[in-house]
Structure formats: structure tokens, C-alpha cells
Design a protein around this ligand. Structure first.
Ligand SMILES: CC(C)(COP(=O)(O)OP(=O)(O)OC[C@H]1O[C@@H](n2cnc3c(N)ncnc32)[C@H](O)[C@@H]1OP(=O)(O)O)[C@@H](O)C(=O)NCCC(=O)NCCS
Length: 178
């Protein structure tokens, strides 16, 4: 990971209920930037409305066992975010008391400067704030960049499942640490 001297610690903060619009639109934008090419437009549209809609975002922000972080540039514009909470991945060893990194995205224009690692560290530290516990991540099987990052943080592949985007089913890897 490259250290970027322009990244200042105060640009990373926990999102609050007031950030629902920002998190929702950044979520849809970054998912589209990353994965839109994989899906027919109607599948993408259905998925974005469900997964990144305001209602779901508000519920995540209000959830006592979930946390969202926003990374902002020097003008206060959101350029990345992460979402963590109880594990919901379909693996026989996964328990709801375990933690899960559910989402982590940095705008394409801002990737590769250590920002993703900053978000990841904040989320993993928070997930283990009461001590070490098993942590889980689901990642697209062909997302080699993210897999490299997670591998470096100690995550290993322990399973697979299919993730539904509209009518499309993606092969996802299930990773665990601890
Ligand atoms: C994954 C992501 C959050 C990482 O953010 P980032 O700011 O690019 O990450 P960093 O600059 O901290 O990079 C850390 C490491 O991640 C790995 N990595 C991340 N993306 C990579 C890519 N596209 N290609 C190769 N390595 C990549 C590398 O190991 C990198 O370290 P290195 O530069 O020393 O090789 C960001 O690339 C992103 O938003 N990607 C699209 C969305 C996504 O895939 N999210 C994960 C869904 S599970």
C-alpha cells in the first residue's frame, strides 16, 4: 500500500443518520463504477434500488450493531465509505456474534492511495473493539484487487456462495479471519 501524505486523519469519520443521502448515492455510484459491466441494465437497476435505496441506508445507519464510515476529501466531498456489522454470510461456521465487513468502496478517481486501507482498518478495529473475534467478508470471485487487500489483512477463503443481483447470480468467495 502506498502512503499518501495528503490523507489526513480527520477526513475519516463515522456516518450519522444525517448522512443517509450521501451514503446512499455514493453507494450506488461506486457499485455502478465497479460492477455495472457485469449485469443487464434491468438487473442493475433493481439491485441499486433495493441495496442502495434510502430506506435501507437509513436502517443501516440507525442499526445499533452496524457502523458506517465516510472518507471525505479536503472540500468535504465523500469519496469512499465502509459498512460493518454482524455477520450475515451463508456459511455453516458463521455466527451472528461474528463481525462482517459488508461494504468498502472508494471512488475510482481516488483509489490506490491508501484510502481503502484506511477505511478497512477503521472497520476492522471497530469490529474488534471488544476483543478479537471471527471476522468475515464476502467478495466477488473475480475481484482480485480487493482479495489481495483482504489477504494482506489476514483473511483467508473458507467458502463460496452465489450473490443475487437482479436475476444474475455472482460467484462470491467467503473470507474469514480468526
Ligand atoms: C478495494 C478498494 C476499497 C481499495 O481501496 P484503495 O484506496 O484502492 O486501496 P489502497 O490504496 O489502500 O490499496 C491497498 C491494496 O489493495 C490492493 N488493491 C486494491 N485494489 C486493487 C486493484 N484494482 N488492483 C490491484 N491491487 C489492488 C493492493 O494490494 C493495494 O496495495 P498495493 O497498492 O501496495 O499493491 C478500492 O479499490 C475499491 O473501492 N474498489 C472497488 C470496489 C471494491 O472492489 N470493493 C470491495 C468489494 S468486496
Amino acid at each position: 500500500m502506498k502512503a499518501d501524505p495528503t490523507i489526513r486523519p480527520h477526513s475519516l469519520r463515522r456516518a450519522t443518520a444525517d448522512d443517509a443521502d450521501v451514503v446512499s448515492s455514493l453507494g450506488a455510484r461506486t457499485f455502478t463504477e465497479t460492477f455495472a459491466h457485469l449485469y443487464p441494465p434491468e438487473d442493475l437497476e433493481t439491485f441499486l434500488a433495493y441495496a442502495y435505496g434510502l430506506e435501507r441506508t437509513r436502517n443501516d445507519l440507525a442499526h445499533p450493531d452496524k457502523a458506517t464510515w465516510l472518507l471525505e476529501d479536503e472540500d468535504g466531498e465523500a469519496i469512499g465509505y465502509a459498512l460493518a456489522g454482524p455477520c450475515e454470510l451463508p456459511h455453516e461456521a458463521a455466527r451472528s456474534e461474528d463481525g462482517e465487513l459488508k461494504r468498502i468502496y472508494v471512488l475510482k478517481s481516488h483509489q490506490g492511495g491508501g484510502r481503502g486501507s484506511m477505511l478497512l482498518n477503521a472497520a476492522l478495529d471497530w469490529l474488534e473493539k471488544d476483543g478479537p473475534r471471527p471476522l468475515w467478508i464476502g467478495v466477488f470471485s473475480e475481484n482480485f484487487g480487493a482479495q489481495k487487500l483482504y489477504g494482506r489483512m489476514g483473511f483467508e477463503k473458507v467458502g463460496e456462495y452465489h450473490f443475487k443481483v437482479g436475476e444474475t447470480r455472482d460467484l462470491e468467495f467467503i473470507l474469514r479471519r480468526g
